[in-house]
Design a protein around this ligand. Structure first.
Ligand code: LAG
Ligand code: CA
Length: 452
């Protein structure tokens, strides 16, 4: 049985949504390693149904590592390259279901399948038929049985209570472990009992970092806390609440953001401004919010609640649109800022990953707010962030950081590399103060990892 693994000192995850393996590999070397990202979360690598929408990836037809994102050999090369760059690999793993199309066909890699029939992998006895709602689909999230035994949008629901299915899923995950992956994002975890996930975990060949996708729903019988015994869990309330504070409430309210808001315990939570589902469903900040989005990410990366996951998107104008692809729907290599947003490369976001790494373990201290949209805090002895999300500049103020005296790179406006800063330098005096003017909707961040 595998023991739970938690992220080490480089904990920040970046979700390179729908990137192909070749592009993930180059990004590990070019950006993720140098900027200090700890994990790259990649989209599902197994064979899937054909088609253009991004979500074909969530309809497995076999566990061959062969998809529109690349071959098994390319996947293996990507894992090796990322490891050489000091970046671990977290794999989005579809374990609750297989395909959902009523008609069968041929999968991406040529495997023949039908709904409830995946020759050599699963037969009809391996699926639930819950007998509800006329078509076996989930309707009522207030009913535990239905959520876990009926079908999520018609997707063939695996009988994860059986030893055969558990063993088959573990065999797939062990294959990924043999390729060197470091962890799994378990898709649709709410739709499987926590005990089924525990049983699958018990069949893994070595320890792996687990992040379970359990979307909190008020009043629902299935709660995210049921899953914390298996590993980490996504805290979906975080991104919605953070967006609300930025859009219509007050940053001052973030003073106790985290467990005090009813969230999962910090050590079990993975948090994000948005992910590939919420950025399509609304109610969160996304790349379209540009500067506000960067500020929200700066807050997330500076604030010690949970493990932060940065989103990196392809540009889309309708929900189903797939990533930039060729005529056969094979995903093209990523070209940042042309069809791909590459939020994780934005200066503010990329540099705040370094802030997160440099401030590990330091508590929040010296909180300041003006009652509204101007906040500031230190990570005791290691870093300081102030955000001014007012519509006006804040001038003539000094900030108490408690940091060692010296000259620090303002990593919001400049890059720190090889001991020099490409932007403004902030001078902290011997009493721990600095003076600065901060523009409307702007910020200043300094940390001991970027000190001149
Ligand atoms: C997830 N987490 O629990 C993924 O994060 C989410 O992106 C997945 O839905 C879902 N669970 C299943 O893995 C995505 C799309 C759906 C899509 C589904 C399967 O958001 O829209 O459903 O993947 O590809 C699509 C159609 C449905 C249809 C279904 C089956 O939209 O209308 O019933 O395919 O053919
Ligand atoms: Ca299920």
């Amino acid at each position: 049985p595998a023991a739970a693994t938690t992220p080490g000192s480089k904990r920040v995850i970046v979700q390179l949504f729908e990137w192909n393996w070749k592009s993930v590999a180059s990004e590990c070397t070019a950006t993720l390693g140098p900027k200090g990202y700890g994990f790259v979360q990649v989209s599902p690598p197994q064979e899937h149904v054909k088609g253009n929408p991004w979500w074909v990836a969530y309809q497995p037809v076999s566990y061959r590592i062969e998809s529109r994102k690349g071959t098994r050999a390319e996947f293996q090369a990507m894992v090796n390259t990322c490891h050489n760059a000091g970046v671990k690999v977290l794999v989005d793993t579809v374990v609750n279901h297989m395909s959902g199309q009523d008609n069968g066909g041929t999968g991406w890699a040529g495997t023949t399948y039908g709904h409830y029939s995946y020759p050599g992998t699963y037969g009809s006895q391996d699926f639930h038929h819950c007998g509800r709602n006329g078509n076996d689909d989930i309707v009522n999230y207030g009913d535990r049985y239905e959520v876990q035994n009926c079908e999520l949008v018609n997707l063939a629901d695996l009988a994860t209570e059986t030893d055969y299915v558990r063993t088959r899923l573990a065999t797939y995950m062990n294959d990924l472990l043999s390729l060197g992956v470091d962890g799994f994002r378990l898709d649709a975890s709410k739709h499987m009992p926590a005990a089924d996930i525990a049983a699958i975990k018990g069949k893994l060949s070595r320890s792996a970092y687990l992040v379970q996708e359990v979307i909190y729903g008020a009043g629902e019988p299935i709660q995210p806390t049921e899953y914390t015994g298996n590993g980490d869990v996504h805290e979906f309330r975080y991104g919605k609440d953070l967006a609300r504070m930025f859009n219509s409430e007050r940053l001052a309210y973030l003073k106790n953001f985290g467990e005090a808001w009813g969230y999962l315990s910090s050590s079990k939570a993975v948090v994000f401004t948005d992910n590939h589902d919420t950025q399509r469903d609304g109610g969160v900040l996304t790349y379209r919010d540009r500067g506000e989005y960067a500020l929200a990410n700066a807050f997330m990366l500076a604030w010690p609640y949970g493990t932060p996951a940065v989103m990196s998107s392809f540009t889309f104008s309708n929900k189903d649109q797939g990533p930039p692809s060729d005529a056969n729907n094979k995903t093209l290599n990523t070209t940042c800022y042309s069809g791909w947003e590459c939020e994780h490369r934005w200066r503010v976001i990329a540099n705040m990953v370094g802030f997160n790494n440099a401030t590990q373990g330091a508590a929040v201290a010296n909180w300041y707010d003006n009652g509204y949209q101007h906040i500031a805090f230190s990570r005791a002895g290691k870093g300081y962030l102030t955000i001014n999300d007012e519509d006006f500049a804040i001038t003539g103020r000094s900030y108490y950081t408690g940091l060692p005296a010296g000259r620090y790179c303002d990593v919001i406006h400049g890059d720190w590399s090889n001991g020099s800063c490409s932007g403004p330098v902030i001078t902290v005096d011997s009493a721990g103060w600095f003076a600065a003017n901060i523009n409307a909707h702007d910020a200043v961040a300094i940390h001991i990892g970027a000190k001149l």
